[in-house]
Design a protein around this ligand. Structure first.
Ligand code: ZN
Length: 86
């Protein structure tokens, strides 16, 4: 998935190794771990190198799961099904 498709509040993260192996992660603003639980201790090379593509399968899976849950929450209030920024 391209990083431009991430919802507000979600960002791409990758250390040097991640960037080289096309394995950039996703993190949520305000946390120090990627969605898949990798501590973000190093420089965000994915940002510096302007990496576009999220490569981490686990992060993508968790991100999609979060978005699905979000839609279900919004659906329970009988309002139109629009993804709101949190
Ligand atoms: Zn990940």
């Amino acid at each position: 998935m391209n990083k431009n498709n991430l919802k507000n509040g979600y960002w791409i993260f990758g250390n040097k190794g991640n960037v080289w192996s096309n394995n950039a992660h996703i993190f949520q603003a305000g946390t120090s771990l990627t969605l898949c639980g990798v501590p973000m201790l190093s420089t965000n090379w994915a940002k510096l190198e302007d990496v576009q593509e999220i490569g981490c399968k686990k992060c993508l899976e968790l991100y999609n799961e979060k978005m699905k849950t979000l839609l279900e929450i919004i659906n329970t209030d009988n309002e139109p099904n629009i993804l709101k920024d949190i």
